[in-house]
Design a protein around this ligand. Structure first.
Ligand code: HEC
Ligand code: HEC
Ligand code: HEC
Ligand code: HEC
Ligand code: HEC
Length: 203
């Protein structure tokens, strides 16, 4: 009697685990033609797929389509890039491109109830934002400080915006005398200045 009951339980359990693994497999096999095709391409068409493996957006279940649009269920390039496909945003549009989610508190709270949604507002008050409004696209945009693919949480030690990486992130422009030659701000003292700067509000 007892042995029979045990067998029944074991059978039920194995069906349960089988069901779970089939479910996992189907998740795994879910089509993402963007990744599948770009994986086979080269250089700047491959790089986003490689970088995206560690991206925070990928960790929260988002993918190429959430930023670029398109239909990831279609293998054919013309069908995948349907009318929802946005492609690569023009440089001066990037702040609004990122803020389409990051300024939308209802959307962002579904993922993280305590995340801030004021980055775009703060950006427009910064020198970078003010100059961008005047048409200067050499200033820092969201992607210059965070990357476009391979973005990590601000608290991640490898993130471009983690305190000890910030000097390097800013120096790419600010210590580049040639890049900054049209501006009247120093490129030499930048390295000393850097440590005091670590919040959006200060930019
Ligand atoms: C968080 C938003 C976001 C996600 C998610 C995202 N991208 Fe992008 N992508 C951008 C932005 C912004 C640019 C343009 C700026 C840049 O490349 O510096 C871009 C540019 C590109 C480019 C043009 C690169 C070039 O140098 O010409 C390709 C190709 C691309 N993305 C493919 C992908 C693929 C494939 C995925 C999924 C693995 C993906 N992207 C996911 C935001 C995103
Ligand atoms: C069958 C292959 C294939 C598929 C599927 C595919 N791509 Fe591409 N993609 C390419 C090729 C080739 C290019 C470069 C030529 C061009 O721009 O059409 C490209 C260019 C891009 C660019 C940069 C140029 C632009 O139009 O802004 C982005 C961004 C991009 N793809 C995103 C995506 C996304 C998102 C998906 C999924 C919805 C996707 N791709 C699906 C092959 C593919
Ligand atoms: C489709 C909506 C969407 C778009 C577009 C988008 N993001 Fe995100 N982003 C998210 C979500 C959701 C998270 C996860 C929330 C979290 O980190 O708690 C996130 C997280 C982040 C984080 C990490 C925040 C943290 O926890 O420290 C950064 C940085 C970031 N995004 C920057 C960008 C940049 C830069 C762009 C534009 C290139 C962009 N995002 C575009 C939805 C989006
Ligand atoms: C893509 C290039 C680029 C990156 C990356 C960049 N900046 Fe800038 N930044 C500029 C340009 C261009 C200006 C305009 C110079 C001016 O003020 O005339 C500027 C101006 C500034 C100013 C105003 C300076 C003043 O006195 O007018 C501050 C402050 C600043 N940046 C801080 C930072 C910080 C902090 C970082 C890193 C977190 C950073 N920037 C990253 C290009 C960049
Ligand atoms: C000049 C560099 C710079 C620019 C431009 C920039 N950020 Fe940031 N961002 C940072 C730094 C540094 C941090 C981490 C410290 C902090 O939170 O102030 C950060 C933090 C974040 C976070 C984490 C949550 C938070 O607020 O602490 C998000 C999300 C984010 N940025 C999104 C954006 C978006 C979207 C844009 C464009 C509208 C943008 N950032 C422009 C440097 C930048």
């Amino acid at each position: 009697m007892k042995a029979r009951k045990m067998r029944k339980i074991i059978n039920l359990l194995s069906i349960f685990f089988l069901a779970i693994s089939i479910f996992n497999l189907s998740l795994y096999a879910q089509k993402n033609s963007c990744v599948e095709c770009h994986q086979e391409l080269e250089d700047e068409l491959l790089a986003p797929v490689e970088a995206f493996k560690i991206d925070i957006h990928q960790q929260f279940g988002l993918s190429c389509t959430d930023c670029h649009g398109g239909n990831p269920a279609e293998e054919d390039i013309d069908l995948a890039k349907d009318k929802t496909f946005k492609g690569t945003p023009q440089r001066f549009r990037i702040p609004e491109f990122c803020a389409s989610c990051h300024s939308d508190s209802r959307y962002m709270r579904r993922f993280n109830p305590s995340i801030r949604v004021d980055q775009l507002d703060i950006y427009w008050t910064s020198k970078h934002g003010q100059l961008l409004k005047k048409g200067d696209t050499k200033v820092a945009l969201c992607t210059d400080c965070h990357a476009a693919h391979g973005i990590q949480a601000a608290t991640h030690p490898k993130s471009w915006t983690f305190p000890w990486n910030i000097p390097q992130t800013c120096s790419r422009c600010h210590s580049d005398t040639n890049y900054m030659k049209d501006y009247r701000i120093p490129t030499k003292q930048w390295v000393d200045y850097k440590n005091s700067v670590h919040a959006h509000a200060l930019f």
